[in-house]
Design a protein around this ligand. Structure first.
Ligand code: AMP
Length: 944
């Protein structure tokens, strides 16, 4: 800057009579100036040149600020053409000080300087003008003021250039920068990140000609351990960390870490906590998982050297989701254990299992295996601790069966033998032998007869001569788990009268060898039955009660033959994929869960309406097996009057049993809802269907034990089908089930006396129950023995009383009921007889016309035979209302029956005559009148 206030040594030209140095007192201080006032002389050309001004190397534009005073030409008596009021500013560049060598020609004009205000005589109006000298490029320059005849005094000349000041923007520092000139209006300036900040690209900014910063471009971010604060990067406080170059703030240390110091880039895990290699440094630290829970070995297929291990995830996952399992198999003989090695297969793998189960196969028989399941997570590698659960399984492997061979045969018997190929010493095993006639008689379904044997030998008697039989044998482990079946083999009996030659030899040899040849199933089954208290017994004359009574074909197989009922269910029921089932509506509640109506749409089959029985959540394995046992039983049946099993869902969490859908639901409810609406013919038709279903069950040697109208289902064609085959059902499910002194739960009103007394459940006891169902049907769902107690019922039955005929019941039908209720079970009709009797009745409907005597007095009082307070009814209308028959009020009044006294005189015909036609309504009104007549009457029943 060049300022006034001292002798400057500026050059004047001409040296004389040109610009002069002057002095003037302004506001009390003496100021120097350069002045000139040659206003009266023509052609003035007076120059005042500054000394050499060094240029800042980057300042191409300088500003020249002048303070000056110009005297008004009018204040002189001068020629206005000669006197001027402006002067000119010139500049000349040079690379070096040229001293006094002054040449006008080197100067270029910068501007004409005109005052804003001119001063009269004695005045001093200071003007300030700033002019720009642009495009400077040489080392320095001179300024020059040319006077052309003005009266002017220059008080100060300030020469300066502009800079953008040093600054920090977005964590980038930019140096002070000289503003550019005309040729570089925006000067790009490179900066650098503040300390502890970094950036991939160099920060940039622009400096305007006015010395202002614009458009900063900075990607500077604080380094790990630092966060931005007040244009600087500052260390993270203790307890906080920052792991990366980012613009984020420091974060508190995550869970399970030690508190950090200042400037932490990460927080170290507490002892016992780790981060997996792939975990980011910012992640929480996790502990080791705990051991897998509830490790079990399912041995359903142990007999073929296979088992399934399953477990639940660890209770504590250490907060990680990358839990995998490793299964180690060890083979133990005595105390010595060694790795199973390659021999044993683990599916899908033995390591890195994501699922909580594994199938182990190719196990050797008779060895103890120890399976250790370890739960691992991404942090397990950092610790030597192991989270394991172990299980020991002794594998009673039943070995593979060799082919059967014929030991002996006759026209009515076959003796067979087989052996087991054990890889090591044999185990005590039982066998399940199945056989059937090869020929399928009359296209009927042929069912296997099943025998459970203790030896690998059997003699089967009572066979038909010259007949080919098919045999299959299966080894059962001591726990009763079935192995795979042998191939089916054929053996024939000899023609009538022939005898095998080698019988004595073989039998002799066999017995001599101390082997018992034909142990048939009796002993075993009895033992088994005792164990499973609710295993069904066959009928009294069950085929297996003695070897010579073996009565094959069409025999139901008790799913309890299989220790693992899952095997049974797979054998007798087809598996349905749950996606083929659509549940629509809850229609009932079974013992195990809700029953739904729904749709089954299996691939390439048309849609079928189905009932879906579900197993409620939280079931135990035992409940699941009991639930599915119903399907194992139902699946063996195929009859028009037995509820048809469509299939089961067992392979998914929510087990289901899918059966045909019966639109009209349970029979007892259906009848109550249609009280009096159906003819005897229709009712007998229904009974015929039930009887046919029961005959089929008898043929299959199946005893139902809970035959009752509530267990019969009705479809839209009013066809009745027997249902409810669960194994535990009689004991648990049926609300009618009552505990007897023997401990069992029995539906007393439906059960034959011998079954109540000593659990003698046979087809004959089912016939008794059928008699009760007949009564329920003919009485439109009335409760048998009304509100008598179970005790009263048993007492009455023992005293030979029986239920009376329902109202309007055909005599022949009632007679049949009474036959079903004969005390001597051998005298009761069999289901085959019942079907033919009912068929006959249906063929000649006239036979239904004779109605059994109906004595309403045997019925107990209806609940509402008097007003609710026990007082007599005051009007006919009140009485009808109480028995919900007020639709007949008008009939009574038209007939002139207006008082209760008149009502009490009425007989059945009178009621009919006034227009009550529906049998159910007739019955209700008649019962009520009788009840009113004899408020104290109790039940008396017919003796037979
Ligand atoms: P359950 O567990 O067999 O006693 O069934 C309970 C209830 O569900 C029955 O009383 C019926 O009302 C209903 N139900 C069961 N199976 C069927 C079916 N196949 N069709 C229609 N309703 C059924």
């Amino acid at each position: 800057m060049v300022a006034s206030g001292a002798e400057l040594g500026w050059l004047t030209s001409p040296v004389e009579h040109g610009w002069e140095i002057g002095q003037r007192a302004v506001n009390g201080s003496l100021l120097y100036n350069y002045y000139i006032c040659n206003v009266e002389e023509r052609e003035q050309d007076n120059w005042l040149r500054t000394t050499f001004i060094q240029r800042h190397p980057t300042a191409s534009r300088v500003f020249v600020e002048l303070r000056f005073v110009v005297r008004d030409c009018n204040s002189f008596n001068a020629d206005s053409l000669i006197c001027k009021e402006t002067f000119n500013l010139y500049a000349s560049e040079a690379d070096a000080d040229i001293g006094t060598a002054f040449r006008k020609g080197l100067f270029r004009k910068v501007a004409t300087i005109a005052p804003d205000e001119i001063s009269s005589l004695g005045e001093m109006k200071m003007n300030i003008e700033t002019k720009v000298v642009d495009n400077l490029s040489r080392k320095g320059f001179y300024l020059a003021f040319q006077d052309i005849g003005a009266c002017v005094a220059i008080y100060s000349v300030r020469v300066y250039y502009k800079t953008c000041p040093a600054t920090v923007k977005s964590l980038a520092e930019f140096p002070e920068t000289v503003a550019g000139g005309e040729n570089q209006a925006l000067r790009e300036v490179a900066g650098s990140c503040v300390s502890n900040a970094v950036s991939e690209d160099q920060p940039r900014i622009y400096c305007t000609t006015d010395g202002e910063w614009v458009v900063p471009v900075s990607q500077c971010q604080c380094r790990p351990g630092f966060e931005a604060m007040n244009d600087a990067c500052q260390e993270c406080q203790s307890g906080f960390f920052k792991s990366s170059v980012s613009s984020e703030a420091c974060k508190p240390c995550p869970k399970n870490t030690q508190p950090s110091g200042h400037g932490a880039t990460s927080c170290t895990c507490k002892d016992g906590f780790y981060r997996a290699t792939e975990d980011p440094k910012t992640a929480v630290c996790s502990g080791l998982p705990s051991a897998p829970q509830s490790l079990v070995a399912t041995t359903a297929q142990m007999s073929i050297g296979r088992l399934q291990l399953s477990w639940r995830p660890p209770a504590d996952t250490g907060g990680r989701s990358d839990i995998t399992y490793t299964v180690v198999c060890e083979r133990c003989e005595g105390r010595a254990c060694q790795p199973c090695g390659e021999k044993v297969r683990l599916d899908p793998s033995n390591t890195d299992l994501k699922e909580t189960r594994v199938t182990v196969s190719e196990l050797e028989p008779l060895l103890n295996y120890t399976f250790t399941v370890e739960a691992r997570s991404g942090v397990s590698q950092f610790s030597n601790k192991r989270a394991t659960s172990s299980i020991n399984t002794a594998l009673h492997y039943t070995g593979r069966l060799t082919a059967m061979h014929l030991v002996d045969s006759s026209s009515t018997s076959l003796s067979l033998q087989w052996s087991v190929s054990h890889r090591s010493k044999p185990v005590a095993t039982r066998y399940e032998l199945m056989y059937r006639k090869k020929e399928i008689a009359n296209g009927k379904v042929t069912t296997y007869t099943v025998l459970v044997l203790e030896k690998n030998l059997v003699q089967i008697s009572d066979l038909s001569p010259s007949t080919v039989y098919l045999f299959k044998v299966q080894a059962l482990s001591p726990e009763g788990n079935p192995g795979s079946y042998s191939l089916e083999q054929e053996f024939s009996t000899l023609p009538q009268g022939e005898q095998s030659e080698n019988v004595s030899v073989i039998l002799g040899a066999a017995i001599g060898g101390g082997v018992m040849l034909f142990i048939v199933v009796v002993v075993l089954l009895l033992r088994k039955r005792r164990r499973n208290s609710h295993t069904r017994q066959g009928p009294e004359d069950a085929y297996f009660s003695s070897p010579d009574q073996l009565k094959p074909l069409k025999t139901y197989v008790d799913p309890h033959t299989y220790e693992d009922p899952n095997t049974a269910v797979l054998k007798f029921a087809s598996e349905i994929h749950p996606s083929h089932i659509t549940k629509q509506k809850v229609i009932g509640a079974g013992e195990f869960g809700e029953v739904y109506r729904g749709i089954l749409k299996a691939p390439s089959r048309k849609e079928t309406a189905v009932a879906i029985k579900t197993l409620k959540p939280g079931y135990t394995e035992k409940q699941r097996q009991d639930f599915l046992s119903e399907a194992s039983i139902m699946g063996q049946f195929s009859h028009q009057n037995i509820i048809r099993l469509e299939g089961v869902v067992t392979k998914f969490k929510h087990a289901m049993i899918v059966t045909e859908y019966m639109e009209n639901g349970a029979l007892d409810k259906y009848l109550k809802d249609h009280d009096g609406d159906m003819s005897s013919f229709q009712l007998v038709g229904m009974l015929r269907g039930i009887a046919a279903g029961m005959k089929y069950l008898l043929d299959m040697s199946y005893v139902h034990r809970d035959l009752a109208a509530r267990n019969i289902l009705v479809n839209s064609n009013l066809e009745c089908k027997v249902s409810d085959f669960g194994l535990s059902r009689v004991l648990e499910d049926d609300p009618e089930g009552t505990y007897t002194t023997s401990g069992g739960k029995i539906p007393i009103r439906w059960t034959a006396p011998e079954a109540i007394a000593y659990r003698k459940f046979t087809s004959a006891s089912d016939v008794w129950s059928f008699g009760i169902v007949m009564w329920e049907v003919m009485a439109f769902g009335e409760r048998p023995y009304w509100d008598m107690s179970n005790h009263e019922v048993m007492k009455a039955i023992n005293e030979a009383f029986r239920l009376p005929a329902p109202m309007d019941c055909p005599s022949a039908v009632y007679q049949l009921m009474l036959q079903c209720w004969l005390q001597d079970r051998s005298k009761r009709p069999r289901f085959g007889d019942i079907v033919s009797i009912l068929d006959k009745l249906l063929k000649s409907p006239d036979s239904l016309k004779a109605i059994a005597d109906f004595d309403p007095r045997v019925s107990i009082r209806l609940p509402s035979t008097s007003g609710s307070d026990g007082s007599p009814f005051r009007s006919v209308a009140e009485w009808l209302e109480s028995i919900k028959m007020n639709q007949y009020s008008e009939n009574f009044s038209i007939a002139g029956i207006v008082s209760m006294e008149q009502v009490l005189q009425m007989k059945s015909e009178d009621i009919r005559n006034i227009g009550v036609r529906l049998p159910g309504h007739l019955k209700r009104i008649a019962y009520s009148i009788l009840g009113l007549k004899d408020q104290t009457s109790t039940l008396s029943v017919f003796a037979v």
